[in-house]
Design a protein around this ligand. Structure first.
Ligand code: CA
Length: 246
């Protein structure tokens, strides 16, 4: 039902990963977040399962309990922030502890917000919305402007791309693909993430067709095409290459 509503509005629900070993709590959070149809939540019960799930498909936000078996929430957060493909995923930490130390070290490790147990589900949902809004504002900010590299000049506002001074004609999809890669320059982006961000939630498309589009984009970009690197087994990376200063 929720999916249908969002399909009509043309906007996919946010994908949220709940990392919590207490199943009852995880279930309540999932229900609270999915109630309005704005989000779809998955649950994992341990830190290592969380890292595995995020590697396969980076979520839009993680709700991370600190007290987890094997790998603690703090360790999960430290791993996330050290990885170029997951560094930007917003994290809200859940902690049963009220000590200031935990909160401070959580925020220092790069958590976007924290909430102390016991908490109200309404408050948690409000925090989630606020963090997602901030992340969207950050993305939107990145989406504008001009990229100037050694060969490539891309004006994302004017929808104009040139390589070595010659204008390049791109399809809308190729342009969006370039925009997303450039926005995330020097970061490895998985095929799944490209599918989600460039193609939207249209799962009819297979990950293989991402390769086809990247191939075409590379060819069209001539000398700048080399800046789109294939990272075997992971995805693609746009490598920043600045003009040499004479
Ligand atoms: Ca727990």
């Amino acid at each position: 039902m929720a999916d249908v509503r969002w399909a009509i509005l043309g906007r996919p629900p946010h994908r949220i990963l709940i990392v919590e070993d207490e199943r009852d709590i995880a279930g309540l959070i999932k229900h609270a977040l999915e109630r309005t149809g704005e989000a779809k939540a998955d649950i994992v019960g341990s830190g290592d399962a969380a890292l595995k799930a995020m590697t396969e498909r980076p979520p839009d936000l993680v709700i991370l309990d600190l007290n987890l078996p094997v790998l603690s929430g703090m360790e999960v957060c430290r791993h996330l922030r050290a990885r170029s493909d997951l560094r930007h995923v917003p994290v809200i930490m859940l902690t049963a502890r009220t000590s200031e130390d935990d909160r401070v070290s959580g925020l220092e490790l790069g958590a976007d917000d924290y909430i102390t147990k016991p908490f109200s589900l309404r408050e948690l949902a409000a925090r989630v919305r606020a963090v997602l809004r901030r992340a969207a504002a950050r993305d939107a900010h990145l989406a504008t402007g001009t990229y100037k590299g050694a060969h490539l000049v891309a004006d994302f506002d004017a929808v104009a791309v040139a390589v070595d001074g010659a204008a390049i004609r791109l399809t809308r999809r190729e342009f969006e693909l370039l925009r997303y890669l450039v926005q995330n320059k020097n970061r490895v982006i998985s095929r799944d993430r490209l599918l989600e961000r460039v193609w939207g939630y249209d799962r009819v498309i297979e990950t293989r067709s991402v390769d086809v589009h990247v191939g075409r984009l590379r060819t069209k970009l001539r000398a700048a095409g080399r800046q789109i690197e294939t990272v075997v087994g992971l995805g693609y990376r746009f490598v920043d290459q600045q003009p040499t200063q004479l």
